[in-house]
Design a protein around this ligand. Structure first.
Ligand SMILES: [Ca+2]
Length: 100
């Protein structure tokens, strides 16, 4: 993918870059550890984590996303989070838009 990327291609590149930036901090550079996931959530989705009164919410999200229970989030598992958030945003847009 190059300089004439479509918006969709740029979006995929951004997701890859973000994942790699956090996954590369410690341990395996292909997966997010719990600490890396927390750093990602606190930085990239701060609006979400700040509104949570429950301090265990990020841990529970990690557990739910870690489908193979290896204590790490690979890119596929990470995408499930992004997909879930995107679907929730889509739902709220659809609900907010005026009905015909
Ligand atoms: Ca995993």
């Amino acid at each position: 993918m190059g300089t004439s990327d479509s918006p969709t291609e740029r979006c995929i590149e951004s997701l890859l870059a973000v994942f790699q930036r956090y996954a590369g901090r410690e341990g395996s550079a292909c997966t997010l550890s719990k600490r890396e996931f927390r750093a990602f959530m606190d930085t990239e989705l701060a609006a979400f984590t700040k509104n949570q009164k429950d301090p265990g919410v990020v841990d529970r999200m990690m557990k739910k996303l870690d489908l193979n229970s290896d204590g790490q989030l690979d890119f596929q598992e990470f995408l499930n989070l992004i997909g879930g958030i995107a679907a929730a945003c889509h739902d709220s847009l659809v609900l907010k838009s005026p009905q015909p």
